[in-house]
Ligand binder design. Structure first.
Ligand SMILES: Cc1ncc(COP(=O)(O)O)c(C=O)c1O
Length: 466
């Protein structure tokens, strides 16, 4: 059959699938070891991205080959020495789950039969893994959406009917630490509270939200007629991995009837790791929690989870009746409990990863990334020309290169230039950051492919290029 005879079928379907399997296997093999540099995009290939919309059908072999080549020349968090921002391992099993979920393409907005069982069991498993007393929850497209979902539920609880009436001029506030992620700001803006009403609570010496300062802020707001909507704790701040003291925060929120959400998008999986679990004491007292499985649980984006300790709040916020979405036979549609409408079966990635690797393997992997951070911390401390900018609690380490004799006022520029040089060099992919106004190099160990032997390379390359 020539291209164009059948507008629907992919020509040579089985052969294309075999080609794809080879492309994926090659990519996985290239993830097994770090690269010595990042390849440049071939200019001839680059030019193909300037061509106009194709009219007649083309062949899938060249489309697949071009896609594979351009991705090979892209930055991939799956590589063992990708240590920037917060990446993921990109577990192989997640790729298989993605292919399968995309093939059947169920829509979790509506009753989807067996697919819902996958999502429900995955929610129970992830809650069990981190020790969360789950009553309700959903898979979402990211930590941003999970935080927003929880905040909308909290707003409806604090101001019933706000989803319909809006806040009607009522002053309301949200409390978080000075180190909370920007998604909290965005969520507060999107849900109509206004980011001017975020109370950034001061940090203690371990960069955690200070409960005594939180008490003062909530009580002062109440006395002033401002409605507290939620406290958003962070369990693993993006910058330094600080874990807010959940137990002490629950001691503040419970008697005051204020919703306590924990943004554990990055850090919450470490609650399952014996060496870090104590940091998360009080997690079972929080009203809701965010975990990104597409970060420290190693699966591909998008795969985030919002967990709630009590049922009913999500439905109070999102439940609706539409002419095209009737509740026949008393069946609730999943979209009555989610912010997003059409939802793919993203949970299949996590479900298959738990099935294949199991909780014990996951715990060992997470421990290994924590050990990598401790090892890098030790090496930074030992090295005369590097300095640590905070005490690492999880797997994030901020440090800077301070060559002997360099004036202090040059260190910010020097470290920004060094981060840039390291990204261009390609052996280690890390990102710059700033701690208390001081520019630095930031490393986040979440990739299970980063072995202990690779850790010293971070300082070797930084010292060489610095
Ligand atoms: C603590 C924290 N919360 C929320 C987010 C946002 O997550 P996402 O990018 O999945 O929307 C991040 C992202 O790094 C994060 O570190």
């Amino acid at each position: 059959m020539s291209p164009g005879d059948d507008p629907r079928a992919l020509v040579g379907r089985e052969a294309v699938l075999a080609d794809l399997a080879r492309v994926i296997a090659d990519a996985w093999a290239s993830f097994d070891k770090p690269r010595i540099s990042e390849p440049e995009l071939d200019p001839a290939l680059g030019e193909r991205f300037e061509t106009p919309l194709p009219g007649p059908p083309g062949d899938s072999e060249s489309a697949l080959a071009d896609a594979a080549r351009v991705l090979d020349a892209s930055v991939s968090p799956s590589r063992p020495l990708y240590l920037a921002y917060i990446g993921s391992t990109g577990l192989e099993i997640g790729v298989l789950a993605s292919a399968l979920a995309a093939t059947y393409d169920p829509n979790l907005a509506v009753a989807a039969g067996g697919a819902e069982l996958v999502e429900e069991q995955s929610l129970r498993w992830v809650a069990e893994f981190v020790g969360y007393p789950l009553a309700d929850g959903a898979f979402t497209s990211g930590g941003m959406t999970s935080n927003l979902t929880a905040l909308l539920a909290a707003r409806e609880q604090a101001v019933p009917g706000a989803r319909v009436e809006g806040l009607g001029g009522r002053r309301a506030a949200v409390y978080c630490s000075a180190e909370a992620h920007h998604s909290v700001v965005r969520a507060v803006e999107v849900c109509g509270i206004g980011s001017a009403w975020i109370r950034r609570i001061e940090l203690d010496e371990e960069r955690r939200m200070l409960p005594s300062a939180l008490v003062g802020a909530i009580d002062a707001d109440r006395a002033d007629g401002v409605t507290p909507i939620a406290v958003i704790a962070t369990a693993g701040t993006t910058l330094t991995g600080a874990v807010d003291p959940l137990d002490a925060l629950a001691d503040v929120t419970e008697p005051r009837g204020v919703w306590l959400h924990v943004d554990g998008a990055y850090g919450l999986p470490a609650a399952a790791a014996p060496s870090a679990s104590a940091l998360f004491a009080g997690l079972d007292r929080t009203d809701s929690a965010t975990i990104d499985a597409h970060k420290w649980l190693g699966v591909q984006k998008p795969c985030s989870v919002v967990l709630l300790r009590q049922a009913g709040f999500l439905e109070a916020m999102f439940g609706h009746e539409e002419r095209y979405m009737l509740h026949d036979h008393g069946l609730a549609n999943p979209v009555d409990r989610t912010l997003e409408y059409s939802r793919p079966l993203n949970s299949l990635r996590l479900w298959m990863a738990f099935r294949v690797h199991g909780a014990e393997q996951y715990k060992a992997w997470i421990e290994r990334t924590l050990e990598n951070a401790r090892e890098l911390t030790r090496l930074v401390r030992e090295h005369d020309e590097f300095e640590l900018l905070h005490e690492p609690r999880l797997s994030t380490v901020c440090f800077r290169h301070a060559p002997t004799g360099m004036p202090a006022e040059d260190l910010d520029r020097h470290n920004l230039d060094l981060a840039d040089a390291m990204q261009r060099d390609g052996r280690i992919y890390l990102a710059p950051a700033a701690v208390d106004g001081r520019s630095c190099l930031r490393v986040a160990f979440v990739n299970f492919r980063t072995t202990r032997e690779l850790v010293p390379r971070v300082l070797e390359v930084a010292a060489e290029l610095g």
